[in-house]
Design a protein. Sequence first.
Length: 160
Amino acid sequence: MNKPDVASERKNQIVRATVDCMTKYGYNNFSMQDVAKSAKVSKGIIHYYFLNKDDLMMSVLEKVASDIEHILQTDMEAIDSPIEKLKIFIEGCFDIVKNTREYYQVNMDFWTQINQKNSVREVIAKHYENFRKTCGEVLQEGIDRKFFHKVNVHEYSSYI
C-alpha cells in the first residue's frame, strides 16, 4: 500500500471511530481520547490528520452524507424506469435511517448543531441540495418520458 492509500485508510479509520463515539456518547459528550481508543491510535495521530474536533466532525458529516448519496446513486443507476428510480430513492432514504442506527444518531446530532455552527448548516444544506437535485432529475426524466404529470420539479423534489 502506498502512502496516500495508508493516509486515506487511516483517516477513514478515525472517521468510523468518531461515528462509533458519536453513537455511544452523543455529539457533545465524547473526547478525542475516546476516538483514539476506539480507532486504536494515539491522539497525536488524530491531530496529524485533523486540525481539531470541529475539523474531524466536518469530515464525519461529509463522509456520512457522501456515503448516502453514493448508495442512492448506485442503487438507481441500473434502473431504466423513472417510477422505479423514484421508489428506490424514497425507500433508500427510509431504509438508511431505519436500518442504520449509526446514521440516524449521527444525522440527528448534526441537526442539533445547525443553529450553533454555520459550517454544519452549510454542509447539510449542500448535501440536501444534492438529494433534491437527484430526486429532481428522476422527476424530470419521468415528466419527459410521460410517466409523471408536469410539476414544478424543484418544489416536488423538496417535498420528497
